[in-house]
Write a protein that binds this ligand. Structure first.
Ligand code: BDP
Length: 710
């Protein structure tokens, strides 16, 4: 990406009072007088070469944005004049004697450039495809929102990952599994007849950050979605999203041939089953010609799958892949599996099941791997499957919805977590074999590449529940497009577009966002602790959870705390999960001198008096982290309070109240965990730290009904 842009003016106060957050980062309020006067001289009209629904969508977006930001209407003109925005596919550039040399090769890439045609100064937005032109239009609008100079524009950008997808865990009754922002956006009852404006706004928001696919329904799938009437509803959504370059995908329930097909089996090698899926694919593509494909959760947490018939994941995935291949569809087959037998270490299971199948998957199968081997914890080391399957496409699954990170009451900016995984070095082909290179296909030359984010979107007026949770949707799209974008730059853009306030405020809020994930790690799961949340609903602390149907559904399984020490030994004296990593990584994490402290208790079981780098012993160091995390939320509150005059009052009050809840929750986490672990270690809370206000029994007894998301 190349930016040759300088800033025009300092951002100044918000102009839209009583903001409900619905517009996300696509806020087109009037710019400050000086800036809009400059833009008004530079932007006069729009010219399109060949109209298509996508080009019309780009034109409409530009018109709306310019009339809102600059305060003047631009109309479509047949002739080019100074200040015309020219929307054109690169194949038509020669008509204007313009070179295509600068246009990105990638069909979704774009070039936004000020140039001259027959002496007229125009703003060229071009790409090989219409959708690239739409992306370029959003990039141009962003320059205006950020009040950057457009006199000498030369912005060129293209994605490295082909499929950039949101996964909605939405049920057909509109509840959302692990959803904390209301009900599902998809109003199945009124579809296909009624197209809510919200569907279009959803598509606009996605296109503005380059997201080009959406899985509409829960991975714990209902086969009904594949029946005729429901497919017509899906078609209506696909039609609404198409102009914005968004393909629709569905989750496929493996037992669908039995449940809705009337067959006796779902065995992937059974002829009738194979035929049923083939006919199903033909039926889907008749209705939705650009259907993206299936996402499948099989043989995991009770979901049916090929193993029910003594077949393996490749048998199942390939059978589906073959039904989609003639139509160009893909199968995203999830590696988040664990079977009915409780393994010695759940962290090892995905690798154990998938690694031996490397090379057996069809080309249009992509294995969808969560960022870490357990389950979307506040912090996990990268999943050992990345890089381990050189002959298979693997994709990455992040969770934007904050199942394990405080749901929608905790302010946690996730771009730092995303970057940590994307930048992790697998050493699969020596140093520099980052997870990003594995999943964008460049490390092993895979044809397909993809990344998924479990959506944090519902029908709350502001889409995501917490106003700052919108930044995670934004950041996911931005990093899916370009994993090299710095998290702080993404936060900066998002803040400026969302709040449009002064630099000092942006800077403070940026710092707060950048620290926020570390803060939550500190008050929930410091030093590599994991999966110690409340049972099943995952709300609040639950380090005492034990005696459940499976050992690996308990907290005591993961932290292994007793009077001698704490942590899960995954070295060769323990579960040896470390052996699943490439040797350089395994060595680094195995050796206590080189294992980063953030992963200490993930990989090692250590005595309470183990010396940390800070000089503290493990007990003191851990307790201090818990206190530090909670104290940092206090600081976040102070930071936010200091922004009162600079932030829209409605959003200000909302975040202020949510931060107060977050502080209470952080203290609750801290107290409950410190007291519980103290009941094991028998050691005192280091001096100077306040005593928890209740005893352990109090925290253990807290019970919660109707926690959202389950
Ligand atoms: C876990 C969630 C569960 C999901 C599962 C999955 O608790 O609701 O169904 O992941 O990813 O994190 O399949």
């Amino acid at each position: 990406m190349k930016y040759r842009i300088t800033l025009l003016l300092i951002l100044i106060g918000f102009s839209a009072l009583a903001d409900n957050g619905y517009r996300l980062w696509l806020k087109y309020d009037l710019l400050p007088v000086g800036v809009k006067a400059i833009y008004a001289k530079q932007i006069k009209s729009i010219h399109i070469v060949a109209a298509s629904p996508t080009i019309r969508a780009a034109e409409q977006e530009l018109k709306t944005a310019i009339s809102g930001l600059v305060g003047h209407q631009i109309s479509e003109q047949a002739r080019l004049t100074d200040g015309t925005i020219l929307l054109v596919k690169s194949s038509d550039l020669k008509k204007y004697n313009l070179s295509i040399a600068d246009v990105p090769e990638n069909p979704e890439g774009y070039l936004v450039k000020t140039t001259a045609i027959s002496g007229k100064k125009i703003i060229l937005i071009t790409s090989k495809t219409d959708i690239g032109v739409l992306y370029g239009s959003f990039a141009f609008i962003k320059q205006l929102q950020l009040q950057q100079e457009i006199e000498k524009l030369n912005v060129k950008s293209e994605p490295k990952i082909r499929n950039r997808i949101l996964n909605h865990w939405d049920n057909l009754d509109r509840t959302v599994e692990r959803g904390y922002a209301g009900f599902s956006l998809w109003n199945w009852q009124t579809l296909p007849g009624y197209i809510d404006q919200r569907y279009i706004d959803y598509a606009r928001a996605n296109a503005s950050v380059g997201i080009n696919g959406t899985v509409l329904n829960n991975v714990n799938a209902n086969a009904l979605i594949l029946t005729k009437d429901w497919l017509l509803k899906v078609k209506a959504l696909a039609d609404a999203f198409r102009p914005y370059g968004i393909k629709v995908y569905l989750t496929a329930r493996f037992s669908a041939p039995i449940e809705i097909g009337g067959l006796k089996t779902a065995d992937p090698l059974d002829k009738e089953v194979i035929n049923w899926w083939k006919e199903k694919a033909d039926e889907i593509y008749k209705v939705i010609p650009d259907f993206g494909g299936y996402l499948v959760k099989a043989n995991s947490e009770g979901q049916p799958g090929p193993q029910n018939y003594n077949r393996n994941h490749a048998d199942g995935a390939n059978m589906l892949a073959k039904s989609l291949a003639p139509h160009g569809g893909i199968v995203m087959w999830r590696a988040f599996v664990y079977d009915n037998k409780v393994p010695d270490d759940r962290a090892k299971q995905a690798y154990n099941e998938f690694k031996p199948l490397d090379g057996n998957f069809d080309e249009n199968v992509i294995i969808q791997v969560k960022n870490g081997a357990i389950d979307f914890q506040p912090r996990e080391p990268f999943h050992p499957l990345f890089g381990a399957m050189p002959n298979t496409s693997t994709m990455l699954e992040f969770q934007l919805t904050q199942e394990y990170l405080g749901m929608s009451t905790n302010l946690v900016y996730l771009a730092t977590l995303f970057k940590e995984t994307l930048g992790a070095d697998t050493y699969a082909k020596g140093q520099g074999s980052t997870v990003a290179k594995v999943i964008n296909g460049s490390l092993y030359g895979n044809k397909n590449s993809a990344i998924a984010g479990v959506a944090n979107i519902g029908n709350d007026v502001n889409w995501c529940g917490h106003p700052f949770a919108q930044s995670n949707w934004y950041a996911f799209g931005k990093l899916a497009w370009n994993d090299e974008s710095p998290a702080t730059l993404i936060a900066d853009e998002w803040l400026k577009m969302t709040f449009r306030t002064d630099f000092a405020t942006i800077k403070k809020l940026n710092e707060m966002m950048m620290k926020s994930r570390e803060t939550v790690v500190d008050y929930m799961t410091p030093l590599g602790l994991h999966h110690i949340m409340g049972w099943d609903h995952h709300y609040g602390p639950g380090p005492w959870i034990k005696d459940k149907p499976r050992a690996d559904w308990t907290s005591v399984y993961y932290h292994q705390a007793d009077k001698n020490g704490i942590g899960f030994n995954r070295t060769n004296t323990g579960s040896n999960a470390l052996a699943q990593y490439f040797p350089a990584v395994a060595e680094k994490f195995s050796n206590l001198n080189t294992c980063p402290e953030e992963y200490l208790l993930w990989f090692h079981h250590l005595p309470w008096n183990y010396k940390l780098k800070s000089g503290n012993n493990l007990w003191d160091g851990m307790v201090k982290r818990y206190y530090k995390g909670a104290a940092e939320v206090k600081q976040m509150q102070a930071t936010w309070d200091s922004c009162e005059k600079q932030i829209d009052p409605v959003i200000y009050r909302q975040v202020k109240q949510l931060l107060a809840i977050q502080y209470d929750e952080a203290v609750w986490w801290r107290n409950a965990c410190v007291l519980y672990f103290q009941s094991k270690s028998g050691l005192p809370i280091p001096s100077g730290l306040a005593k928890p206000e209740h005893d352990l029994a109090y925290y253990e007894k807290l019970e919660f009904k109707f926690v959202p998301g389950i």
